[in-house]
Design a protein around this ligand. Structure first.
Ligand SMILES: [Ca+2]
Ligand SMILES: [Ca+2]
Ligand SMILES: [Ca+2]
Ligand SMILES: [Ca+2]
Length: 485
């Protein structure tokens, strides 16, 4: 009872101190912290709620009552900046002493509470008992100094081969955060799993090579000897990816950073599960976006009328009515089956309305249509300079209303770079029909390929019969976003 009462009175007292003494560090105080080799200083890292609803960057400032800090500003402060831009602050009313280990320093505020511990030399920083907006959360931080800066990066992952694993929440995004020690390349990772637990792991960054104004590094799970990033129920999760950041202005990390990759999880009971991860932010600009909301299934033309797609950008192949070339015209038959909410039987290209408001670039495969067949998107580099890195994301919609399984896979090529499939993005609809109507499956991948100014990159979505018999499921493409630098 005594400890409960103490906790309560501390937290009440802290509220009032926090209101009176909310002091921003000035530049010389911040520099002092960045040069510190003791427990006094700045700790940087990542934050997420276990349910993946909130994630962001965390910074904890441990300041002492002496040195260049006046007593009134010596209150340790934690700042969490969510990826949606919201900022949350918590303070401690305990005062740190330089060189003396901190054990369970309590930070509190209305929305954020946690305990912080660290050795007297600033190593082994641990944050525990994190609560954010009345839900369990986690924070992973490390000492951040001028001689050993750390880079926190927030992001998400999805499974692409899910095998029904209950902790993967179907195709829902879950948190995939990492913290990179820029001096050693050591990575710590924080992954939300199953909506209620967090798994911490390790990785390594190496093979950093400059590319124009950017640097590309390999990032891999493990310690360089073993590639195991972390385990669940004794089973290893491994991952591999690329980290791309701005290296202008002599700043090794510049002002932007992005990463992406793929992961593998060999489970006890669900086979090998695979997926992708991607950071919330990166150094890329959007060069193409299409949500197909104005498509009405009226065909393809180089001078598209309302409801048509521009054939200089979009084309389809594999129809019994022939193939549309880039710049060609096809506004009848297989290429212009109009708008439908699904449940059609004639093969061809449709504008499917998936839910009463959302339109997709759809296809009904048939015995002589789109088995095999493709949708292609040709994007010209109009930025005026070469592009080397691409991030492609898109949504597949499938109406699994028939007892066949058909594929909707991805590939890319350029004017000079050969056709390259990306098996990690392969999708095949379930063989056995269901009554779920159109279901969305999100996909994204990073592509490293050079496209000179004025050149093109091509994205192909290809389908064919895979399993079962009888009529085919209905498919479509939506929300294609291409970012590049
Ligand atoms: Ca046909
Ligand atoms: Ca159908
Ligand atoms: Ca749409
Ligand atoms: Ca099916």
């Amino acid at each position: 009872m005594l400890s409960a009462f103490t906790l309560l009175s501390c937290s009440t007292e802290n509220e009032s101190i926090s209101n009176e003494n909310s002091v921003e560090l000035n530049q010389s105080q911040r520099n002092y912290l960045l040069e510190s080799s003791s427990n006094i200083g700045i700790y940087k890292g990542v934050f997420t709620t276990n349910d993946s609803e909130f994630r962001g960057i965390a910074e904890i400032q441990i300041i002492s009552a002496d040195g260049i800090f006046s007593l009134s500003s010596a209150q340790p402060t934690a700042i969490v900046t969510l990826n949606n831009g919201m900022v949350y602050e918590a303070k401690s009313n305990q005062v740190a002493q330089e060189g003396v280990a901190i054990s369970n320093m309590e930070f509190t505020s209305e929305n954020l509470t946690f305990n912080f511990s660290v050795e007297g030399n600033g190593s082994n920083a641990i944050v525990e008992n994190v609560r954010f907006k009345q839900t369990d959360a986690g924070m992973l931080v490390a000492k951040h100094t001028n001689f050993a800066p750390v880079m926190p990066i927030t992001g998400t992952y999805v499974c692409t081969v899910c095998n029904g694993h209950p902790a993967l929440n179907g195709s829902e995004d879950q948190t995939w955060n990492i913290v990179i020690n820029e001096t050693t390349g050591e990575i710590t990772s924080q992954v939300a799993f199953g909506g209620s637990i967090l798994l911490n792991g390790i990785g390594l960054q190496d093979n950093c090579t400059p590319s124009g104004n950017f640097t590309d590094c390999d990032i891999n799970s493990g310690d360089g000897v073993s590639n195991v990033g972390f385990t669940f129920n004794g089973q290893p999760i491994t991952w591999t990816g690329t980290h791309n950041f701005n290296n202008q202005s002599g700043n090794p990390t510049g002002n932007c950073s992005g990463l992406s990759g793929t992961w593998d999880f060999v489970t006890n009971n669900y086979g090998t599960i695979q997926g992708t991860f991607v950071s919330d932010f990166d150094c890329m600009d959007i060069i193409f976006g299409e949500d197909f909301q104005s498509f009405a299934g009226n065909g393809f033309s180089p001078t598209p009328a309302a409801g048509q797609l521009d054939s200089n950008i979009f084309r389809a192949t594999g129809m019994s009515d022939g193939t549309v070339l880039y710049g060609g015209t096809a506004t009848t038959g297989d290429y212009a089956r109009g708008q439908s909410s699904g449940g059609v039987t004639t093969g061809g290209v449709y504008a499917f309305d998936t839910d009463g408001t959302n339109i997709i670039w759809g296809v009904q495969p048939g015995g002589s249509d789109w088995t095999p067949g493709t949708f292609e998107i040709r994007i010209q580099n109009t930025t005026g300079s070469a592009l080397n890195n691409f991030m492609v994301s898109y949504d597949i919609y499938v109406n699994n209303d028939q007892d066949r399984g058909n594929s909707f896979n991805f590939a890319y090529f350029t004017d000079t770079f050969p056709y390259t499939s990306v098996p990690a993005l392969d999708y095949t609809s379930p063989t056995n029909a269901d009554a779920n109507g159109f279901v969305k499956i999100s996909r994204s991948t990073r592509i490293n390929v050079a496209v000179p100014a004025g050149g093109h990159i091509y994205f192909e979505f290809n389908g064919d019969d895979v399993s079962g018999s009888g009529s085919r499921d209905e498919f479509g493409l939506d929300n294609v976003v291409v970012r590049a630098n």
